[in-house]
Design a binder for this molecule. Structure first.
Ligand code: SF4
Length: 211
């Protein structure tokens, strides 16, 4: 069992896979900044959250569902959980709405898999797959919760908890994800080979120009 402060937010897992430093900045340092992508994403999420839960035929669509796993020490909110009645019983699967289009990294899939692990514990069921709905394409893509993704998700949960509880802030090293990161101007990442003194000079200049 986990103490209250040891529970990891589902959104933090997505941030950690995207970039551990971004995760620490948001969840430990409480730093946030918007860019065009995050603003669009918020507007799109607002529309999803405003819709009501509903039943259509054999499917009940629940929205903004609170999730928790006491075994894994994670909690958060799922955009949508669908409950489908079939001749073989009820199928449960999470659906997460995302801005943009499918990405090469596993950040969205790990977050969705963590939602499924919560639902499996809450409903004592097995969930073989879920869906990521990409707003730009207006399409949803199935994500299979195979053993590999489940293992990756458990490893991510453990690593995220250790980093956040330890208060660790990974170094600001430039990576390909930086171009789409809304924290770019606050983080000021450097190419790996550049000395830390150069980073401090740039950080100082940025603070001075903001004040
Ligand atoms: S700018 Fe780059 S290194 Fe900094 S938080 Fe964003 S993705 Fe991570």
């Amino acid at each position: 069992m986990f103490a209250e402060e040891e529970y990891v937010q589902l959104a933090a897992l997505q941030h950690f896979v995207f970039c551990p430093r971004q995760c620490a900045l948001i969840h430990t340092e409480r730093v946030w900044a918007e860019n065009a992508q995050t603003v669009l994403g918020k507007l799109e999420h607002g529309r999803v959250d405003a819709a009501k839960s509903e039943s259509r035929g054999c499917v009940y669509t629940a929205r903004s569902v609170s999730l928790i796993s006491h075994q894994l020490g994670i909690k958060g909110v799922s955009d949508v959980v669908e409950y489908r009645q079939t001749p073989d019983g009820e199928l449960v699967y999470p659906v997460e709405y995302k801005h943009g289009r499918p990405k090469k990294h596993l950040a969205d899939a790990v977050q969705l898999c963590a939602q499924a692990l919560c639902l499996e514990e809450m409903h004592q069921c097995h969930i073989p797959e879920g869906y990521l709905f990409y707003q730009t394409l207006r399409r949803r893509y199935p994500v299979v919760f195979d053993e590999e993704l489940r293992r990756e998700t458990r490893i991510t949960i453990k690593a995220t908890r250790e980093m956040l509880l330890g208060g660790n802030l990974p170094q600001a090293v430039k990576r390909k994800e930086c171009t789409s990161c809304s924290l770019l101007n606050l983080c000021l990442p450097l190419p790996a080979a550049q000395p830390i003194s150069e980073y401090n000079d740039r950080r100082f200049n940025a603070i001075v120009s903001e004040s």
